[in-house]
Design a binder for this molecule. Structure first.
Ligand code: SDX
Length: 369
């Protein structure tokens, strides 16, 4: 029996061609391309094509995928009814998990394949934007086929077309978070599809896993911390107080990166640029003060992808409880690509556990206990 490894730290659970997370050197590679070369050049559709079809698309291929995605944005009647039935104060991640699950009822017989991946990926922005409108007492905004994935989400959220700057910033974010090796939510998706269950069940597992604050939920907690701090000159004392209480400062640390998360490097730049452009530099300045304090007190902890994405989203006008759902919009490209990879060369994922309970006890009938 091999030794028990808490959290499966360092255990290789699959071989993948989708992404390489080089924790020692702080490098993230998508199918051979270094993320720094892609993030500010590509749209979500391009990175999804790279994952699903194995190569960067030419113009006709990209237009074809964009048309497929925009043609698959509507919800089934049952899913739309489920969305309307949910309480207005529900957590959008619970709404996403529930409505995607209902959306899947009609498709449970579909084999996991790229068309199914496109279909389920396309519906995420529709679910999230429609719920956000509903909870404001507004009617959902119909998707516009000519708008891309990022632009259409922002449009359905507000009813007005977002500026090209905003769309570019969201596309960069969606590319940066599209995949990340064997992270917890991808592992959930792989475990589920490895039983030969269906794609919607695997994606529902992944959404539930991403929600946790140790994983995708961290970005919302980061924004709450920045709001609590309020001014840059309060950051040091408040962070030191948290550390003294042995509290985790969300947005720092990573299971794999032992140096700066390359996505944080790009998002730090975007946070500063967006702060200057929107006159909200304070959120970047508070973030920088938090980072300086953490680097001094916890030199082994670096900002991860969730730290600077919080201020970027906030300055884009995204509601805090939509932060993690946007992470899910992006990671759908990686989740679906990786579960297709698992399905194509499958073996049931079933690790061992080491029994440490009592060796053997004698049964005592209930009237003698
Ligand atoms: C994501 O896996 C991925 O690839 C995920 C992700 C992706 O793209 O899919 O990159 C996205 O989930 C990023 C991580 C977002 N989560 C957070 O920001 C939450 C805060 N960070 C952590 O809780 C923690 O750093 C983890 C969960 C991310 C990683 O934790 P590990 O590898 O299990 O490390 P650990 O919990 O054992 O911590 C080691 C030490 C501990 O100190 P001791 O108890 O040994 O004294 O570091 C400390 C921890 O207390 N520590 C922190 C800390 N993170 C770790 N102390 C303060 N603040 C923190 N944020």
């Amino acid at each position: 029996m091999p030794d028990y490894v808490p959290g499966l730290e360092g255990i290789v659970a699959a071989q993948t061609e989708i992404s390489l997370v080089d924790g020692a050197n702080g490098r993230l590679v998508y199918r051979g391309y270094v993320i720094a070369d892609l993030a500010e050049e590509m749209s979500f559709e391009e990175v999804a094509h790279l994952f699903w079809f194995g190569h960067l698309p030419n113009r006709p291929e990209l237009d074809g995928l964009a048309a497929e995605l925009s043609g698959s944005r509507s919800l089934t009647q049952a899913a739309a009814a489920a969305l309307d039935a949910l309480p207005k104060d529900a957590d959008p991640m619970d709404v996403l998990r529930s409505v995607v699950s209902v959306q899947g009822v009609r498709h449970r017989l579909e084999k996991p394949n790229v068309p199914a991946a496109i279909h389920v990926t396309a519906s995420f922005p529709t679910v999230l934007a429609a719920f956000h409108r509903r909870r404001q007492g507004l009617d959902p905004v119909k998707p516009r086929p000519e708008l891309g994935h990022a632009a259409n989400y922002l449009y359905m959220l507000t009813g007005t077309e977002a500026s090209p700057d905003l769309v570019r910033a969201l596309n960069t974010y969606l590319v940066l978070l599209a995949d990340h090796g064997m992270n917890a939510s991808t592992f959930s998706a792989r475990v589920t599809i490895a039983t030969l269950s269906d794609m919607y069940s695997a994606i529902t597992s992944a959404i539930g896993t991403l929600k946790g604050p140790l994983h995708g939920g961290a970005n919302e907690r980061v924004m709450e911390t920045l709001l609590e701090i309020g001014e840059a000159d309060r950051a040091r004392d408040m962070i030191n107080a948290k550390l003294k209480q042995h509290e985790r400062v969300m947005g720092f640390g990573h299971r794999v990166y032992k140096t700066e998360d390359p996505r944080a490097t790009i998002l730090r730049r975007h946070s500063e640029a967006l702060g200057r452009r929107t006159g909200q530099l304070k959120w970047y300045e508070i973030s920088r003060e938090v980072e300086k304090t953490m680097r001094e007190d916890k030199p082994d902890l670096y900002p991860n992808v969730d730290f600077y994405s919080a201020s970027v989203y906030h300055m884009m006008g995204i509601p805090i409880d939509q932060f993690t759902p946007i992470f899910a919009i992006s990671r759908m490209a990686g989740w679906t690509a990786q579960l297709l990879e698992q399905y194509a060369n499958n073996r049931l994922i079933r690790p061992e556990s080491e029994y440490v309970g009592p060796p053997s006890l004698k049964y005592v009938p209930i009237d003698k206990r």
